[in-house]
Design a protein around this ligand. Structure first.
Ligand SMILES: [Zn+2]
Ligand SMILES: [Zn+2]
Length: 315
């Protein structure tokens, strides 16, 4: 009986060994599965936080750019180093954003704004940053470059240039120079500066869709461009960041816009400083010939030099 008992025990032991091996394997698989799941959750958390941060950098940068332009519209003062100002302001808003994020999660999030500078494309400001996100032993580091659009931002240049003579009037989308631009030009020693009394120009930056620019030679296209207050690419005109510093020209790819003058009797050949903003507001001034045009159904005019005439296909 005893012997039989041993035999049975031996058999059950033999049967138990593979069962134990199998359960150890299952346990291992189960716990490995847990590790993988845990890793995925942690890296997912990092991934989504990083995506959220990358979505918010350009939004916060746009907010800073917009407020910076609006500030100039109110106080007429240039920034001495606009990229530095925007970089610092953006950094402090990003810090607020990341510390809020950290409070709501167990992640460590750092975002350093490395630089803010004019884009290769003048319709954008470039923001470069380094992101660092970590959770326990997991971390993610990435360098990110964002192109922040400047369309719809206020053009600060006219406010800085004419603010000395008084506060510029403006409507929802146009600057009304009243006597301020003619005073500015007179002070610069410009002949026929009085032609610029009651001149007007766009308030906000909008990109002209009529490319290539020589199709502005067509009267309807030109009128549509001017009625919409479109800005144009210009190798001479200042970029947005330099406009915030009160510069009309700069070394970066930049912008230019037409400044309209009230209708003049053009039976005589008329000449005055060319009605391109970077010519008006720079030291490198040159005259243009008068061109009559329609602005929102009213007669207006423009002085245009030969280089800009050929750029826009105007005979
Ligand atoms: Zn245009
Ligand atoms: Zn510039």
């Amino acid at each position: 009986m005893d012997q039989k008992g041993y035999i049975i025990s031996g058999l059950s032991l033999l049967l138990m060994v593979p069962a134990m091996v199998l359960s150890i394997c299952l346990l291992n698989t189960f716990s490995m599965g847990n590790d993988i799941k845990e890793q995925t959750i942690q890296s997912d958390k990092i991934y989504y936080a990083s995506q959220d941060l990358q979505r918010n950098i350009p939004l916060l940068a746009l907010e800073v750019l917009n407020e910076t332009g609006e500030e100039v519209k109110i106080n007429n003062l240039p920034y001495s180093n606009s990229p530095r100002y925007i970089k610092d302001e953006l950094q402090s808003r990003i810090n607020k954003f990341t510390s809020n994020h950290e409070l709501q999660s167990d992640l460590e999030i750092k975002c350093t704004i490395n630089s803010v500078h004019p884009g290769k494309d003048p319709w954008y400001v470039e923001v470069n940053s380094t992101l660092f996100l970590s959770q326990k032993e997991f971390y993610h580091e990435e360098k990110v470059s964002n192109q922040v659009p400047i369309t719809q931002l206020v053009d600060p240049l006219p406010f800085i240039k004419c603010g000395v003579y008084g506060d510029l009037k403006y409507t929802e989308n146009r600057i009304l120079y009243d006597t301020l631009l003619s005073e500015y030009l007179q002070n610069q020693g410009e002949a026929n500066s009085s032609y610029y009394t009651n001149a007007s120009a766009p308030l906000l930056i909008h990109k002209c869709p009529y490319e290539s620019y020589i199709i502005h030679g067509d009267e309807n296209t030109r009128n549509s461009c001017i009625n919409n207050g479109f800005y144009h690419y210009s190798a001479d005109g200042a970029c947005y960041l330099c406009r915030l510093e009160g510069k009309a020209v700069c070394i970066h790819p930049g912008l230019e816009v037409f400044i309209l003058v009230p209708s003049l009797n053009d039976s005589l050949p008329l000449s005055a400083i060319s009605s391109i903003d970077h010519v008006i507001f720079s030291d490198d001034i040159y005259p243009g010939e008068y061109i009559p045009l329609k602005f929102l159904g009213f007669d207006y005019g423009l002085f245009l030099d030969s280089a800009h005439r050929s750029k826009y296909g105007i005979p």
